[in-house]
Design a protein around this ligand. Structure first.
Ligand code: ADP
Ligand code: ZN
Length: 721
């Protein structure tokens, strides 16, 4: 090659051509540094015929600077980057950046310096140093990361190094990970499990694209089954990627993985320390990281020898990214498996309707685990009609639920109360004038967090202490909390069962791996009587003594105009119900609702999953919603309200007029102000015959907007706010 076309890792720059200097060896996928004006840019050498650009004559080309000492991005990954950019109408550079993960890691191994406390106990400490000593107990990271963690300046920490309170530790970035062993602790599988595992193992051994939908009830041992496929890939020297919907679930997964394979897997997620990030990325590209577990972002890593992909809890909405490149990691995982020619397993107890349809159509091979492992039975589900069985005034738990909670406490069994709302109360108002506390940056009420004494916005992170007096009428002590959050439910439990040991489980309370582990250990060892939690406790956990699950408000998810509200409510409640009765004692689930006649509530009560899916599918077919038709959203935002409205009007005014594409809007978004930006939306509903992405590109590409306007395209949207 004497010319190279580059995909530059910067969406603002065009495709650029360079001369390859004598003696420089590059291939497609090589990561290179090139000059651009006085600057240097980083890019990937790409097949010129796949990346249109302006052809510059040879004589005018500037030479590349250098090739990074890392393996080239493999062809299947390059094809995935192209596909993702095309499908989600995103810049290729933005997608390619996700493959890079850590640009620092490109520079090669070597060492980095981290710091940790020496254990020296000085007699006198400044308040800042004392705070740092507290916060950094057991931590080891770079000065910058420690400063962030302890909320002090880097200067304070450098002073502490000088005083001998912190010491440097040299970390080898390329130190190998311990090897996982395929046969470390092989479980004895049930007949159903064996049948499932055999299918997976055969697919891994054979190689080639093979998509599976592993549809197993909660507690059926889906993890054990796909672990056998992981073991087979390990035996073949291949790499495995396991995607989990959120980091909170990884702790539990790590423990089970280590029990099965002898060592923990390699972790990849956005809050890794920089040294861990570089080490993991380098092990991944060299094929040394055997099993990588991560959230969405692990999907685009340049694996050298990928042999299997698993997407656990594949129905989870959090696989959909809602900013930047708005991709769905579940769907891209299947595409990656296709390009890499490897099997992919989507595991869930409540598969998405889209996945069910693909299985029915024969695109996915469906593997069923219809029963719980070890003879545990599915829980008994009952409905509490809140219209007839009313909680006491100012309370939220109906008498029947209270009675069952008491019975569990007497028998020494555990209960779980689920309410998907963080904080104490979702709305605060003034008793005197009715003033409601609203976020200054968003169209949203401020949520009272009593534990941390804050009114907080759950959209932008704005926080303020609750004022002594109403800002409107200046009456003192007049604020009233409206409605419950989990903190308030925990208070109610404390009132009903003063002697119960209560654990409050939300992202506010369990915000570190150490706290998650402490909670799991306490729950497993019978140190907790009642767990009160948000969606954080609905999945993954296995507490054998847990025999009662109470769903505080099943109607919460049904509000709002969400296309998937029914399905999502079904999944969430089925998952949380799945925590009950996983051991020897049978489980019971009480669902509080004001709409016992709603289709999803009836389906949950009767356990008739198939008819729920059938009814849901019918409704979607009528609405031409996915998977029968297609949706896309265009979201326009600006800090200037008039500018946003104007841009939305421009887009609406040039809408395409096509028989198979219906455009709704523009209209002010339900969240019409978010993080200080005014928002408008259009929704596009298309038949499957329409070339939706091409239509959108042809529509938007010629339009020009003022500088402050952002126009985002969301293909297959999950959020409608
Ligand atoms: P699911 O993910 O399908 O809800 P899990 O994989 O969490 O189910 O399994 C439920 C529980 O049963 C876990 O504690 C798991 O370790 C245990 N289990 C499942 N299959 C087996 C097996 N074959 N041998 C031993 N324990 C098993
Ligand atoms: Zn806000």
């Amino acid at each position: 090659m004497n010319r190279a076309r580059l995909l530059v890792f910067n969406s603002a720059l065009p495709v650029l051509d360079y001369r390859v200097p004598e003696g420089m060896a590059i291939e497609y996928g090589s990561v290179v540094v090139a000059p651009l004006g006085p600057r240097q840019v980083l890019g990937v050498v790409w097949e010129a015929e796949r990346l249109p650009g302006t052809d510059v004559p040879d004589a005018k080309l500037r030479p590349l600077h250098e090739v990074m000492p890392v393996p080239p991005l493999p062809a299947p990954l390059r094809r995935l980057i192209e596909w993702t950019a095309d499908y989600y109408c995103a810049p290729m550079a933005a997608v390619a950046r996700m493959a890079l993960g850590s640009s620092a890691a490109l520079r090669g191994g070597g060492t980095m310096t981290e710091y940790r406390l020496t254990g020296l106990e000085p007699k006198r400490l400044t308040p800042q140093r004392a705070a740092a000593m507290d916060a950094l107990d057991g931590e080891q990271a770079t000065i910058r990361e420690l400063a962030e963690r302890a909320s002090v300046s880097e200067g304070v920490l450098r002073g502490m190094v000088g005083a001998g309170l912190l010491e440097p530790v040299v970390v080898d970035l390329d130190r190998p990970y311990p090897r996982a062993r395929a046969d470390f602790a092989q479980p004895e599988l049930s007949d159903d499990q064996t049948a499932a595992a055999d299918r997976f193992v055969a697919a891994v051994a054979k190689g080639g694209f093979a998509p599976f939908l592993l549809d197993g009830v909660t507690g059926s041992g889906k993890t054990e089954c796909y672990f056998e496929a992981v073991a087979e890939a390990l035996r073949l020297g291949q790499q495995v990627l396991v995607l989990l919907p959120e980091i909170a679930l990884t702790e539990n997964f790590l423990r089970r993985f280590e029990a099965r394979f002898g060592v923990p897997p390699v972790l990849w997620h956005s809050s890794l320390k920089s040294t861990e990030r570089r080490r993991a990325w380098r092990a991944i590209v060299r094929g040394e990281a055997q099993v990588v577990v991560g959230a969405r972002s692990a999907l685009f890593m340049p694996y050298a020898r990928l042999g299997l992909i698993v997407v656990d809890e594949a129905h989870e909405v959090s696989f959909k990214q809602d900013d930047g490149v708005r991709y769905n990691a579940r769907d891209v995982a299947v595409m990656r498996a296709k390009f890499e020619k490897v099997p992919v397993i989507l595991a869930s107890a409540t598969p998405a309707l889209e996945s069910m349809q693909l299985a029915e159509a024969g695109v996915y091979e469906k593997i069923d685990l219809p029963a719980r492992f070890g003879g545990a039975t599915m829980p008994d589900i009952q409905i509490v009609d809140l219209r007839t069985e009313q909680p006491e005034r100012g309370h939220w738990l109906a008498p029947r639920l209270v009675k069952e909670l008491k019975a569990r406490l007497e028998r020494g069994e555990q209960s779980l109360l689920f309410l998907n709302r963080r904080g104490y109360a979702p709305l605060t108002l003034c008793r005197n004038c009715g003033h409601r506390f609203q976020c200054p940056n968003c169209t949203a009420w401020l949520v009272e967090h009593r534990l941390s004494r804050r009114l907080a916005c759950h959209h932008c992170g704005y926080e303020t202490p609750p004022p002594e007096a109403c800002p409107e009428c200046h009456t003192a002590d007049c604020l009233v909390a409206c409605g419950p959050g989990v903190e308030r439910i925990a208070d109610e439990v404390r009132e009903i069962l003063p002697e119960a040991r209560i654990a409050l489980v939300t992202s506010d309370t369990l915000n570190s791996p150490a706290k998650i582990n402490a909670f799991v250990e306490a729950a497993e060892n019978g140190m907790i009587d009642v767990i009160v939690g948000t969606q954080l406790v609905t999945k993954g956990y296995h507490f054998p003594e847990l025999t009662l699950v109470g769903v505080v408000d099943a109607d919460l998810g049904l509000e709002g105009g969400d296309l998937r509200a029914g399905e999502r409510t079904y999944q969430q409640i089925a998952q949380v119900a799945g925590r009950a009765g996983r051991g020897e004692k049978p489980g019971e689930v009480l669902i509080q609702t004001r709409h016992p006649e709603a289709a999803v509530i009836e389906a949950l009560a009767s356990g008739d999953r198939d008819s729920f899916y059938a009814a849901e599918a019918e409704a979607r077919r009528d609405a031409m919603a996915p998977p029968f038709g297609r949706w896309a959203a265009i979201i326009i935002s600006s800090e200037d309200e008039a500018e946003a409205r104007e841009a939305a009007r421009t887009i609406g005014g040039s809408r395409p007029d096509l028989p198979d594409v219906l455009v709704l809007g523009p209209a002010a978004a339900p969240l019409s102000l978010l993080r200080g930006r005014y928002r408008y939306r259009l929704l596009i509903n298309a038949r499957r015959s329409a070339e939706l992405q091409d239509v959108i590109r042809a529509w938007l590409d010629p339009l020009r907007f003022s500088h402050g306007v952002r126009v985002a395209v969301d293909i297959d949207p999950y959020s409608f706010v």
